[in-house]
Design a protein around this ligand. Structure first.
Ligand code: N01
Length: 485
């Protein structure tokens, strides 16, 4: 082998948080032979798509950012969506990743030929790549509710991730379906702005109402002036969030304490009838805990009504519930969540033996250590199955996954391998361990949510964030089938 490194042709699909992360890390490693395919005309992914009123991150910004490109100037503990969107765009530009993005270019097919991946885009053009990296996001495909008459509504009706900014809200009667993380943030913002807000709740969520203070100019100066202090706060927030792992992962004192803390939040609801309506019947944190700075204040306002009767149908002038009551409204907002189990689908992907990814995943999506799929060489997934680590920062998750991918790409560059894919046996063993760990976790205590996938399988990481990092920091040679260069 000569000392000259090979130049891998890498396709990254998606210019959101994960795609920008990987592009930046590739450039740091001296690899500039990659293309990021982005179907939209802008970076940002979920932060580009979600522009609903009240949008903010539910993970503290000092930790919801790249460790290698920290922003000292965050304006709040949990910053607004537009600020986060601007941050990712800035990182893309500052690092040079932006120059490698092909905007308005939708990938429709990925096929393995003898020696490479052929990526086909919507305009019919093709390109060959040695590696394909899916960075298509986990909460990307809006889930529309299956309610009769939805398309008969006469006013503006839209999903929270497709907000219609032309629809007037102030002083209008707004109906909102869904009370998850998104719904709670919208309620907090619209209460008092809308003339009347009617909230349709099918299942109550556990909510943690916590303050979201603004950072002072002095705070920003401190972070800018003392990068080590800035780094320290990044890790301080990381450790703080990681301290909740015991409560999430196993029964015991920590979980009982967290349960008590979360349940007592409901005490701020004064009306016992309303409190009863807002009380879930499942274990706190089984679904993703809703973090809000004002949900309980907003839901108790006189101009906000909580409806818990089921929805019969949508009519041109409002929402009819199963008790026959018509709730008139001018605007209908669907905060009804996402299909979190699509991964890179509907992109059609075919491996070297002609098997499609859809066929490989017929019993549910599976990925070795959340990143690689047996039978699909040189293919990596960001936010693959079992990636979410509770309410942890997805940015930190992406960085750990990027490190694993880079490890293999570096080996390819040195000419040590041509292809790599996990073996079926190693993937099966990995899932045996996942399945053995899941029953102790809070997510397996009996609730439905976007964490639960096909066949009731919980698609959350059942170990600690530290375990996640350690698992992805090592490459188990024996678990992989490689071909030589
Ligand atoms: O979606 P959800 P989300 N009739 O699936 C209801 C992230 N996020 O967009 O519970 C009536 O949690 C559904 O009811 P039910 C975060 O990870 C992050 O709110 O199924 N209701 C539920 O109430 C979060 O977990 C930030 O009975 C219907 C709601 O719609 C994830 O996104 C901010 C219905 C959907 O809740 C998803 O949150 C916001 C129907 N037919 C979100 N169908 C950050 O800060 C659905 N519902 C990073």
């Amino acid at each position: 082998m000569s000392g000259v490194l090979r130049r891998p042709r890498i396709a990254i699909i998606g210019a959101g948080m994960s795609g920008i992360c990987f592009g930046a890390l590739l450039l740091r490693a001296g690899i500039d032979t990659f293309t990021i395919y982005e179907k939209s005309d802008r970076t940002g992914g979920t932060w580009r798509d979600n522009t609903y009123p009240g949008i903010a991150c539910d993970v503290p910004s000092r930790f919801y950012q790249y460790s290698f490109a920290r922003n000292p100037g965050w304006t709040r503990v949990m910053s607004p969506g537009a600020e986060i969107d601007a941050y990712f765009e800035k990182v893309a530009r500052d690092t040079g990743v932006h120059d490698r993005i092909r905007f308005r270019t939708e990938v429709t097919r990925i096929d393995r030929t003898d020696h490479a991946w052929t990526v086909t885009t919507a305009d019919g053009s093709t390109a060959e790549h040695d590696f394909v990296v899916s960075a298509t996001g986990i909460l990307h495909h809006p889930r529309y509710p299956d309610i009769d008459g939805l398309d008969t509504f006469a006013g503006a009706a839209f999903h929270s991730a497709r907000w219609d900014h032309d629809a007037a809200l102030d002083g209008r009667r707004v109906a909102l379906i869904g009370t998850g993380s998104t719904g709670a943030q919208i309620i907090g913002d619209l209460a008092g702005r809308a003339g009347e807000l009617v909230v349709f709740q099918r299942t109550p969520h556990w909510v943690m109402q916590i303050g979201n203070p603004e950072f002072s100019a002095f705070n920003a100066w401190l972070h800018r002036r003392f990068p080590r202090y800035d780094a320290l706060t990044y890790h301080g927030w990381r450790l703080f969030i990681e301290s909740f792992s015991p409560a999430l992962l196993r029964p015991g004192l920590a979980r009982r304490f967290a349960r008590w803390q979360i349940k007592r939040q409901l005490r701020q609801v004064e009306d016992p009838v309303l409190r009863e309506k807002l009380t879930p019947d499942f274990e706190p944190m089984c679904r993703r805990l809703v973090i809000s700075s004002n949900f309980y204040d907003a839901i108790q306002r006189d101009d906000v009504t909580l409806v818990t009767t089921g929805i019969e149908r949508i009519e041109p002038t409002g929402v009819r519930t199963t008790d026959g009551v018509l709730h008139p409204c001018d605007v209908l907002v669907l905060a009804t969540g996402f299909d979190a189990h699509a991964y890179l689908r509907p992109i059609a992907m075919t491996g070297p033996d002609g098997r499609t990814l859809a066929e490989a995943w017929v019993d549910g999506p599976r990925a070795y250590r959340t990143v690689t799929v047996p039978g699909f060489p040189n293919f990596f997934l960001f936010m693959g199955p079992n990636s979410p680590v509770g309410n942890y920062s997805l940015v930190a998750i992406a960085e750990a996954q990027a490190g694993f991918m880079l490890g293999w790409i570096e080996r390819w560059r040195r000419g040590e391998i041509e292809t790599t894919a996990p073996s079926e046996a190693a993937t099966a063993a990995y899932y045996e361990a996942v399945d053995a760990a899941l029953p102790d976790t809070v997510w397996a205590t009996g609730c439905t949510s976007w964490y639960v996938g096909q066949g009731g399988r919980v698609e959350v990481y059942p170990w600690t964030p530290r375990h996640f990092r350690a698992t992805l920091a090592t490459v188990e040679e024996d678990d992989h089938l490689t071909t030589g260069a």
